[in-house]
Design a protein around this ligand. Structure first.
Ligand code: SAH
Length: 374
């Protein structure tokens, strides 16, 4: 195969990179831009075919969508209010899992947040998390991350407002690919997701937080968000449930967060998975708030979703309310992440559970859109 006929991996590239690659095929910048726009905005690959420009997307058939309501099936029109997990199978048989979550606004409107995976499996070993049970199977490429947005937008067919890197994997462990996927997802000629609507969540990877901070200081990326899974009020508990804490204890994590570049009024999102009997005491709320005091933060309490063979139950609503009330009384801004998608193992910390999937084959080549075979 000559260089000229090598297909261009469009999902891996920004529009500038794509037009450069297209020029080696003799396609003018204006035409290449049109190809890129039609592909990302309309899911239409015909413009590439018309210009004889070979493009390639990772072949990742949508094999499964599981919806958190009994009535919805793919193809009969999306049920807007439902949380939907979808799965893309790669050539090597491994699968990404992504979750589309409806968000209701105070105004009554509805938009969708897409939760993407950055890895298949995860190496971090957090004891409460389902994904950790798989270990790390592979890092995703930028195109495999962007393919999750493409599938949500053009195969499942939902407009996506927000993207959170809160699916499988530790984004800071695969940061080059994550940053490139962010360049692509924010590209104005393509997906055009606002940087302010993208959040990267980390287990507290110090070097990754610093590198992400440096990335954010570049033009166009100032408004990207950081979320950190703290999940514990002190080192003893955190080291017990999150192995990363043994090498990167909470004092150093706090230094890293204080050094993170902030735009005025922006808060770092602090995630706290509330696990009964582990980190749910009133004294834990006090200790957590003390640790958080110097950081401009928004605390997000996530009721624990039991993983397979979980040693812990889910908290009751009363336990969640009591913890949140205590934190609030201490002056900390706090929200509760309402559990969505538990029935299809799509809730936080539940991705990667192959055993529980009820497979439903949706289409051999669902990423084949518009223009036929890619
Ligand atoms: N590795 C990154 C990205 C994953 S985000 C990180 O740790 O931040 C997934 C979020 O779900 C994290 O905040 C994690 O703490 C939380 N989580 C993991 N297991 C969970 C569970 N069983 N119930 C509720 N939340 C969970």
């Amino acid at each position: 195969m000559t260089a000229l006929s090598t297909p261009i991996p469009i999902l891996d590239l920004t529009s500038a990179e794509f037009t450069r690659a297209a020029s080696t095929h003799g396609v003018a910048e204006r035409d290449a831009l049109q190809v890129y726009r039609r592909f990302f905005r309309e899911g239409d690959a015909t413009a590439a075919a018309e210009r004889g420009l070979p493009i390639e997307v990772p072949t990742a058939p949508l094999v499964d969508t599981l919806v958190d309501t009994l009535v919805d099936t793919l193809g009969d029109g999306a049920v807007d209010g439902s949380t939907r997990k979808f799965i893309l199978r790669h050539d090597d048989g491994l699968e990404t899992e992504s979750v589309l979550i409806p968000m209701e606004h105070r105004t009554g409107g509805l938009s969708h947040t897409l939760c993407v995976s950055s890895q298949i499996g995860c190496a971090m070993g957090c004891r409460f998390c389902e994904t950790a049970q798989m270990g790390l199977m592979k890092h995703l490429t930028p195109g495999q991350i962007v393919a999750q947005w493409f599938a949500a937008r053009h195969v499942v067919g939902q407009p996506v407002k927000n993207i959170v890197f809160m699916g499988m994997g530790e984004p800071m462990d695969n940061l080059d690919a994550v940053l490139q996927s962010i360049r692509i997802l924010t590209d104005h000629n393509g997906a055009s997701i606002a940087a302010s609507n993208i959040s990267v969540s980390t287990v507290g990877h110090l070097e990754g937080i610093a590198r992400y901070g440096a990335f954010i200081e570049q033009r166009g990326f100032h408004r990207l968000n950081l979320a950190v899974s703290v999940n514990a009020p002190n080192d003893a508990i955190r080291s017990e449930i999150m192995p990363i804490n043994r090498g990167a204890p909470m004092a150093r994590l706090r230094e890293a967060l204080l050094a993170f570049p902030k735009r005025p009024n922006a808060a770092i999102c602090i995630e706290y998975v509330l696990i009964p009997g582990v980190n749910s005491d009133p004294s834990h709320a006090d200790e957590l708030c003390e640790w958080l005091r110097p950081i401009r933060s928004s605390l997000n309490v996530i009721p624990y979703n039991p993983r397979r063979e979980s040693p812990w139950p889910a908290p009751t609503d009363e336990e969640v309310d009591a913890f949140v009330a205590r934190v609030q009384a201490l002056g900390q801004f706090v929200k509760t992440r309402r559990t969505k998608g538990r029935s299809v193992m799509a809730a936080c910390g539940q991705l990667g559970n192959a055993a529980i999937r009820k497979r439903r084959f949706v289409g051999e080549a669902s990423l084949t859109v518009g223009g036929g075979e890619l």
